[in-house]
Design a protein around this ligand. Structure first.
Ligand code: GLC
Length: 730
């Protein structure tokens, strides 16, 4: 039961000066772009791009080391920090806030704990391929244990931006292209981060982001415009944020992008009408880094003062790093352009989360001893290894190249096979490369007979001494994440040259992919007999990959994003509409002349070292939903876990519906030859959609249900829902 702090909040607000109120809305970062260290080159680029003035540049140059703004803090002008992740610094700054400011209001420390803090787990896109809510919650719990031990109170996660364009670098940070999976992933993360009681010292507030539809950036180009129909916004992009708020997320971060011309940071419809009034959110809204000020650049604010005015009126309570509030709110209030009641409401939201986190009672929630004793605990490492194993997707395995037999002599090629730092992927700002295990580390530690060449030198010699060759190829973590969109999502020429050279030796070649997005790899698929999608797997990268290669672990991961055959097909996603001329062989159909109609690998796809059969699909209508039952049989010789997926199609509705929509999924473990019944439920209200006038209407009519191990290979059945009226489709 959530405690009520309204009396304390009102009393404290009543004592605060205008300056102190504005101070509570100020979140400082150790650098201009949030948690990142900003290199000199980046600052120069920012000045040339006009993102910072020449004066700001010179001021920044004046303070070479990180600037923690202690003087502003003492003056009551700072309410929160972003990007500080060590107990000593956090306690030092907290001490100033509590003991040296007039009212002693504690600070709120936020940090990007996206996929682990010190025990780095696979990037979210990888972990989403486990389709495992229980695992997602456990990895979030581990992240919270470590991050709170370092003094973090709030994480800027989960990111649940549905992403359907592989060119977008931040597709790595969420649960892929599906709205149901992002919702399930986000809910599990909120529960894991926040635990049962937010006031406990090992719980941290979840800040769900980025509201809204950041993943729909046009052409997959980061920060680009988002232009969506209200129908698609509500059906395909908003549900995951709503699910996280219903799960109790105590903070929200608006997105950098606009929606239909109004940037989220100043979008009162989004932040007040929907978030507050319709969804009933009563937590904290914190801007993205510098996002308020960037509304000038967007072209909706005349200057930073106008941006500050619009943002506070639209409903952003805390200003991350743009200094728009601290510079202009006082004047806006004094000139009556913003009512002080609006400021008081914002301050109340900031104080509320601080009360809920127990910061007034226990401002010092950790110490350096707890910090040192908590990091990298054995049980956390075990979770990281499990998550890495379950995130791996076996994309190809011809001629049973895999699993490798014990004693197989290996030739390992590619820098990514030995580069520990690259295993963390994007947004692992608390990670230390030395903590990570590469493929070479894992082979070394297990006395595997291997030869390694980073760039292919001695290739022939190594190949002659090896039974199987491993090509570790793909993307660096710098090619993934924020500000890392790519127009070309194929492998680098040097990677394909290496692969072709390895294949020319005549030895079997296994490609291990390290990447933060779907890659267009048709040539690789045609060249090698086996492909293991490892993503950026985190701390135990090498161990997990080795376990899969040798069959110690039977891979069970399934793609949560479609793999296109080329960037030209992007955005390519499974829940597309049929059109009047679905892509086919005849000319006048919806397709490209120079690319296949189908993706390279479909959504939900992933191989195993065993095989499964689906039989006896049965549907049963209940009062609140549809029961879907199917028998799944392990038809191979190895035990394995199968992710059973249930899709629907509404072939005739008042607006055209996608050809497939994921409506339920479950995971089932099966021994060789074993058959189990999988039972899934589809709630009727999950089958609603919006008509042209934006009325939410329940689907009535013939419903097609598809069940299988991916969106393409399914068995199906049909059922009639509702009263099939005459004017409905025949
Ligand atoms: C970044 C990201 C956001 C992150 C914030 C703080 O620019 O957009 O996801 O939480 O800054 O580092």
């Amino acid at each position: 039961m959530k405690k009520d702090y309204e009396k304390q909040i009102r009393e404290l607000c009543g004592k605060m000066t205008l300056e102190e109120k504005v101070g509570q809305l100020q979140q400082c970062g150790p650098s201009l772009v949030g948690a990142f260290e900003v290199s000199f080159e980046e600052l120069l680029d920012m000045m040339f791009d006009g993102r910072i003035s020449k004066e700001e540049f010179e001021k920044l140059m004046g303070t070479a080391e990180q600037d923690f703004h202690e003087e502003d803090l003492r003056a009551g002008k700072v309410g929160s920090y972003n990007g500080i992740g060590d107990a000593a610094t956090i306690n030092r700054l907290q001490k100033i806030a509590v003991e040296e400011t007039r009212l002693g209001i504690p600070l709120l420390f936020g940090y990007d704990v996206i996929h682990g803090f010190r025990t780095v787990t696979p990037i979210p896109l990888a972990e989403s391929c486990a389709w495992d809510q229980e695992l997602w919650e456990r990895t979030a719990r581990v992240a919270a244990e470590e991050a709170t031990a370092a003094g973090v109170h709030m994480t800027f996660a989960p990111m649940v931006d549905v992403a359907k364009d592989a060119r977008w670098g931040r597709i790595s940070e969420g649960a892929g292209e599906d709205v149901l999976l992002n919702s399930a992933y986000g809910v599990a993360k909120v529960k894991g981060f926040q635990g049962e009681d937010l006031a406990k010292e090992n719980s941290m507030a979840a800040c769900v982001k980025h509201l809204a539809a950041y993943g729909a950036a046009e052409a997959g180009r980061d920060y680009n415009r988002v232009d969506l129909s209200m129908q698609r916004l509500w059906e395909e992009y908003l549900p995951p944020y709503k699910a996280c708020i219903d799960a109790g997320a105590r903070a929200v971060m608006p997105a950098f992008n606009d929606i239909n011309g109004v940037p989220c940071s100043v979008n009162a419809w989004l932040l007040r009408d929907i978030l507050r009034r319709k969804w009933g959110f009563d937590g904290l809204v914190v801007s993205d880094s510098n996002a308020i000020a960037e509304c000038v650049c967007h072209g909706i604010a005349e200057d930073k003062k106008d941006a500050a005015r619009q943002a506070i009126l639209a409903g952003i309570e805390m200003d991350m790093s743009s200094n728009s509030y601290t510079a202009h709110l006082r004047e806006l209030i004094e000139r009556g352009e913003v009512a002080e009641s609006v400021l008081d409401e914002a301050v109340a939201d900031v104080l509320r989360i601080k009360y809920e986190l127990g910061l007034f009672e226990h401002p010092y929630q950790t110490n350096e001893t707890r910090e040192q004793n908590t990091m990298l605990k054995l049980e956390y490492r075990a979770v990281a290894l499990e998550a890495a194993e379950k995130s791996i997707v076996l994309l190809k395995n011809e001629d049973r190249v895999l699993p490798l037999k014990p004693g197989t002599k290996l030739g390992i090629f590619g820098t990514l096979a030995a580069d520990r730092g690259q295993m963390t992927g994007a947004w692992a700002i608390g990670a230390r490369p030395e903590d990570c295990i590469s493929i070479v580390d894992a082979l070394e530690a297990n006395n595997v007979h291997y030869q390694y060449s980073a760039d292919g030198t001695d290739l022939s010699k190594i190949a002659s001494m090896s039974d199987v060759l491993i090509a570790a190829i793909g993307e660096t973590k710098e090619e993934s994440g924020e500000a890392a969109s790519r127009a070309d999502i194929t492998l680098k020429p040097k990677d394909m040259e290496l692969v072709r050279a390895l294949c020319a030796t005549g030895k079997p070649v296994v490609a291990v992919l390290f990447n933060g997005r779907p890659l267009a790899i048709p040539e690789l698929d045609q060249t090698v007999p086996a492909i293991v999608e490892a993503w950026h797997p985190g701390l135990y990268a090498g161990s997990a990959i080795m376990h899969v290669l040798y069959g110690i672990t039977n891979p069970s991961g399934k793609l949560t994003t479609t793999f296109p055959a080329s960037a030209g097909q992007c955005p390519m996603y499974y829940a597309h509409t049929n059109t009047g001329r679905p892509g086919g062989k005849s000319k006048f159909t919806s397709k490209y002349l120079d690319a296949p109609v189908e993706p390279l690998y479909p959504f939900g796809y992933g191989l195993s070292y065993t095989t499964y059969a689906y039989e006896n699909l049965a549907l049963e209508k209940d009062e609140d939903g549809l029961w879907v039952r199917v028998q799944v049989r392990n038809t191979g010789k190895r035990a394995g876990e199968e992710i059973v997926q249930c899709y629907v199609q509404m072939p005739c509705a008042k607006r055209v519906r996608p050809v497939r929509e994921l409506k339920a999924f479950t995971k089932t473990a099966l021994e060789p030859g074993e058959t189990k019944q999988a039972e899934l439920k589809i709630a009727y209200d999950s089958l609603g959609y919006y008509d042209w006038e934006m009325n939410w209407i329940p689907y009535e009519g013939n419903l097609k249900v598809f069940v299988g191990g991916n969106v393409r290979d399914t068995i199906s059945a049909e059922v009639i829902l509702g009263s099939m009226s005459s004017e409905m489709c025949e």
